[in-house]
Design a protein around this ligand. Structure first.
Ligand code: SF4
Length: 691
């Protein structure tokens, strides 16, 4: 048996694991004992991260759709046909008529090539990926406050912290190994404070749980900062030396005395005061957030409010402090770093910056577009009009995007759709051509975890089918479209990325053997950065930004009297493409559900397992009820992993004006019991078909 060291393909923790291989078959995995993130542990998804690799449903050959039916094709035929059709669309409608979705599941090298393909080969900045739907508010919000949109500190610092303030993150379920560090810190005496409308798993371990109303984070944070300013807990020396715009910010915060904050958030004033004092007065206070903060029409405002709080108390630029956005997918940080975004090249160098553009133009020998492209959500809005073709790599927007039936309709209007994936996803079903790619276990490259740690993944087995690594597919397509991409191996792609990306300047494959390196790592003699903004912020002075409270886009009313909020559960991941083909995970959580508070359930005559219709202004789904006080009165919660009850059919596509992130966390819905009908076998609760 061989043991190949690599990285878990699920969440942004980036746990190190060994893949066990016998005769080119994966027989299991085990954790790396001294890895700085997982320290010899794995969560249930990590232990089971190999089954989908060898699933019989893997795509084994390219498919071309003719007369509405997929036909098996050779690689040459599929690549020629794809290149020919993309060129046709480009010639007829111009380069900006093509949109590209890159992937937070693919490697840094693949994301770098996808963004090069978009800009140098097609000639458009229309490139984006699912960070638009999870942390685009972080990228935009923190760039303005600090100059860099990433977790400022490191995971192993959690163990020695004294206060952990977790807002909008169900950490033990979504980032289990980070949750493990948090619980270890609590065991050592750290104070855990959780702000979340739901009683999440981590909230049960909190000393104080603030259950604010959905979408009132700005008012809660302004209320805390009002206390900190009024009680003289501001670190004035830090504010004077390291920040700007304090006076304008202070004027807005003064509009949120505790009685106003309590009225908006529903959190008792006494609790807001207590939390403000604890967070501000302890020296080793770390702040963590995730999509409970970012997925709102005020996502950028929420992120900037968190930044205001850490600057006000000088909880930044030191170990065991900082502002720590927990990124979701295994390589969403890397996909952003590599410039799979419509306005920046790798390392967040702006496409509008003439000097940066010239640098990339001369390295790539191509004229590059200077105007930022369309975001993911804007591409679907323009489909069939100004967007005529799309190339989607490793994403499944038909399930993951808000108001998903709008996405399906938009895709149907395209002249040509390329989907590159490991399984026939719901989006691939709609494609003109499907190109089979390989999994994490069948290729080399790097992933960047949520703490900016760039780690090497190693090919453990040969591709289990006739699939190709994404980077090879992109290179082959590029050649056929008249632009030679000659890479013999993924380390050559990273060498090119390092040359063009200051923060990755010293990130080369041969330097990553010992648990990788954390960027910024500007040169080959640099050992990486465990915490950022030590002496100055990336942009120089940190900027306070005055933020006023804005309510969510869709208030409840007589027709839609409940707030729906969405999220993830511990056994599944994202749209389920991998985890729902894994028997242990599927056995534990096979069905979708809607959490509803006991008081609401009683008033509607609902019991656990009853079938419920949940409808919004955009559609309806039917799910089983789960009556629980985890969810407060007036709010219901549905996970978004289940295609047979795809909650994104009903979520609100209203966008944050800056980051264009949709408001997944709040929309108005109605709930009604459904009269059960027996299925063909006479059973009342039919299970999902066995895929
Ligand atoms: Fe994988 Fe995340 Fe679990 Fe670690 S915490 S094993 S990275 S899913």
């Amino acid at each position: 048996m061989k043991k190949i060291s690599t990285v878990c393909p699920y969440c942004g923790c980036g746990c190190g694991l060994y893949v066990h291989v016998e005769k080119d078959i994966i027989t299991g995995v085990s954790p790396v004992r001294n890895h700085p993130v997982n320290k010899g542990s794995l969560c249930v998804k990590g232990w089971n991260c190999f089954e989908f690799v060898q699933h019989p449903g893997r795509l084994k050959y390219p498919l071309i759709k003719k007369d509405g039916v997929f036909k098996k094709s050779s690689w040459d035929e599929a690549l020629d046909w794809t290149a020919e059709n993309l060129l046709k669309v480009k010639e007829k409608f111009g380069p900006d008529s093509i949109g590209m979705l890159s992937s937070a599941k693919c490697t840094n090298e693949e994301n770098f090539l996808m963004m090069k393909f978009s800009r140098a080969v097609v000639g458009t900045n229309n490139i984006d990926h699912c960070a638009r739907l999870c942390h685009s508010s972080t990228v935009g919000g923190l760039a303005k406050a600090f100059g860099s949109g990433a977790m400022t500190n490191s995971i192993d610092e959690i163990d020695s912290s004294r206060v952990l303030f977790v807002i909008g993150s169900n950490t033990t379920e979504q980032h289990p190994m980070i949750g493990m560090h948090m619980l270890d810190a609590v065991d050592r005496g750290a104070t855990l404070i959780v702000a979340d409308p739901r009683k999440t798993q981590i909230a049960e371990f909190a000393k104080i749980h603030l259950r604010h109303r959905c979408g009132t984070d700005v008012a809660l944070l302004n209320g805390m900062m009002n206390v900190i300013i009024n009680e003289g807990l501001v670190d004035l020396d830090f504010v004077r030396r390291r920040t700007e715009n304090f006076d304008d910010f202070e004027k807005i915060v003064m509009r949120y005395p505790l009685d106003i904050a309590e009225k908006i958030t529903g959190v008792p004033a006494v609790d807001i005061r207590r939390v403000a004092r604890i967070y501000a007065t302890e020296k080793r206070s770390m702040l963590f957030y995730s999509m409970g903060i970012t997925q709102h029409i005020t996502g950028v405002d929420n992120v900037r409010s968190c930044a205001n709080l850490v600057m006000l108390t000088a909880h930044i630029g030191l170990p065991m402090t900082g502002l720590n956005p927990l990124r979701g997918q295994n390589n969403v940080q890397g996909a952003c770093d590599m410039g799979a975004l419509p306005d920046v090249y790798s390392g967040y160098q702006k496409v509008t910056d003439k000097k940066a553009r010239k640098k990339f133009e001369s390295a790539w020998g191509a004229k590059l577009p200077s105007v930022p492209g369309r975001t993911l959500t804007e591409m679907f809005d323009a489909a069939g009009g100004e967007i005529r073709a799309m190339y989607i790599m490793g994403e499944n927007p038909v399930i993951s995007d808000p108001d998903a039936s709008h996405v399906t309709e938009a895709i149907k209007k395209l002249d040509f759709l390329v989907v590159q994936d490991i399984f026939m996803s719901d989006t691939a079903e709609l494609a003109s051509v499907v190109l089979p790619a390989v999994t994490f276990a069948e290729k080399d490259g790097t992933f960047t975890n949520t703490e900016r740690r760039v780690q090497k993944l190693k090919k453990a087995i040969r591709p289990v089918c006739g699939a190709m690594p994404d980077w090879r597919i992109i290179s082959e397509l590029s050649k056929r479209m008249g632009y030679e991409m000659e890479y013999g191996a993924t380390h050559e792609i990273m060498e090119e990325a390092a040359l063009l990306t200051p923060s990755y300047g010293g990130i080369l494959h041969h330097r990553l053997n010992n648990f990788g390196l954390q960027w910024p790592c500007p040169g080959i003699d640099h050992s990486g950065t465990t915490f950022m903004h030590r002496k100055a912020f990336t942009k120089g002075m940190g900027s306070f930004i005055p933020i006023d409270f804005v309510p969510p886009a869709e208030p409840v009313d007589g027709d839609y009297p409940f707030i729906l909020t969405t999220g993830r559960i511990s056994f599944h991941y994202h749209t389920g493409t991998m985890c729902r083909r894994t028997s242990t995970l599927e056995r534990e959580e096979p069905d979708c559900f809607v959490e509803i508070n006991p008081a609401d359930a009683e008033s509607l005559g609902i019991k656990t397992h009853d079938r419920l219709s949940v409808s919004s202004r955009r559609g309806e789904i039917v799910v089983n009820a789960s009556v629980t006080d985890r969810t407060p009165e007036g709010i219901v919660f549905i996970p978004f992993h289940f295609r047979e009850a795809a909650v994104n059919l009903i979520t609100n596509p209203a966008l944050d004006p800056t980051a264009k992130i949709p408001e997944y966390k709040v929309c108005a819905v109605n709930i009604a019991p459904v009269v059960p009908k027996p299925d063909e076998e006479g059973k009342f609760f039919s299970r999902r078909e066995n895929r």
